[in-house]
Design a protein around this ligand. Structure first.
Ligand SMILES: Cc1cc2nc3c(=O)[nH]c(=O)nc-3n(C[C@H](O)[C@H](O)[C@H](O)COP(=O)(O)OP(=O)(O)OC[C@H]3O[C@@H](n4cnc5c(N)ncnc54)[C@H](O)[C@@H]3O)c2cc1C
Ligand code: FES
Length: 282
């Protein structure tokens, strides 16, 4: 984190919202910057897959992923309104202030995956924590082999980052596949759960020399893992991020403990093999 030893670990730094973008129902992206430019420069060195603790004055603090990539100019969060803190964040607008601690957690070891195929599988808002790794990989395109992005949602209106997804699909060397559980009049694409895309005619998922990134609701995760294992994926070559209730975010309070790991410092990124070893039932 590059902080001095006597600095208060829990002291968040004030940030200002530059703009707010509605994404899907109850989900908005908040583009922001620190008031202090030095803090901005320090924070910008985050790794894909890390998270931050967001403070809403007088309300509380909550953990959120960093969907922006360190290779992008702007930093943002994409947050679903579910309760008091996320609800308070959703009330904020351009120019409003809040505070942030971080970045925290291990992140995806993207350098370890150089020379590999990358397969991203996201269900619903599971695309939020994967977005950073995808953008990082596309920015460093020559360092990776094939890149495939599979994204599914319940309905077409719940697909995440639709404009960005379309721009990714147009990039050379990127294979993008979308699906919805239930089509509406606007949809003429694939219908079915996200794993059904693996069997779609013309789709060939490479198994050798491939890392699969899987994020989404537990039911989707279980089925996609089953599909990947039956295709021959090694448990060490499947990575995901775990969400746990967090308080400190820095390995002190024990709130996020699962088995022998603290999700806030040992995670949130784990291989499927590690998730199983921790005794996680997902
Ligand atoms: C590492 C990490 C990254 C995350 N990234 C994102 C993100 O990018 N975008 C996003 O929208 N959310 C993300 N979350 C989830 C987010 O932290 C919770 O939605 C938030 O803490 C809810 O706070 P609240 O005060 O609004 O809700 P509360 O008022 O505390 O609770 C409202 C409801 O949300 C449930 N809830 C609260 N916290 C969690 C949690 N950590 N996991 C699951 N359910 C919870 C409660 O059980 C309750 O049903 C992430 C969580 C973690 C641990
Ligand atoms: S949130 Fe306190 S130890 Fe992880």
């Amino acid at each position: 984190m590059n902080r001095s030893a006597n600095e208060n670990l829990y002291l968040p730094k004030v940030a200002v919202i530059d703009r707010v973008m509605p994404e899907i129902a109850e989900v908005k992206s908040f583009y922001w910057r620190f008031e202090d430019k030095t803090e901005q420069e320090r924070f910008r060195k985050f790794r894909p897959g890390q998270f931050a603790q967001v403070s809403l004055f007088g309300v509380g603090e909550f953990p959120t992923s960093l969907p922006a990539s360190p290779t992008e100019d702007e930093i943002f969060f994409t947050v679903r309104k579910v309760g008091s803190c996320t609800g308070a964040l959703h009330e904020l607008d351009c120019g409003d202030k809040f505070a942030i601690r971080g970045p925290y957690g291990n992140g995806f070891p993207m350098e370890q995956y150089y020379g590999k195929n990358l397969v991203f599988v996201a269900g619903g808002i599971g695309l939020i924590p994967l977005r950073s790794a995808i953008v990082y990989a596309l920015k460093n395109r020559e360092k990776y082999e094939r890149i495939q992005i599979f994204h599914g949602s319940k309905t077409p209106k719940e697909l995440m980052y639709v404009c960005t997804l379309k721009s990714w699909e147009k990039m050379p060397g990127v294979e993008g596949y979308l699906t919805v559980d239930r089509a509406d009049e606007s949809w003429n694409g694939h219908v079915g759960v996200v794993g059904s895309l693996f069997k779609k005619p013309g789709v060939q998922v490479p198994v050798e020399n491939t890392m699969a990134f899987v994020c989404g609701p537990p039911i989707m995760f279980r089925f996609v893992i089953k599909d990947l294992l039956s295709m021959g994926f090694d448990q060490n070559n499947i990575v995901s991020t775990l969400e746990r209730y967090m308080k400190c975010g820095v390995g002190k309070c024990g709130h996020c403990c699962i088995g022998t790991a603290y999700v806030c410092v040992d995670g949130p990124v784990f291989t499927y093999k590690q998730i199983k070893q921790l005794g996680e039932d997902i």
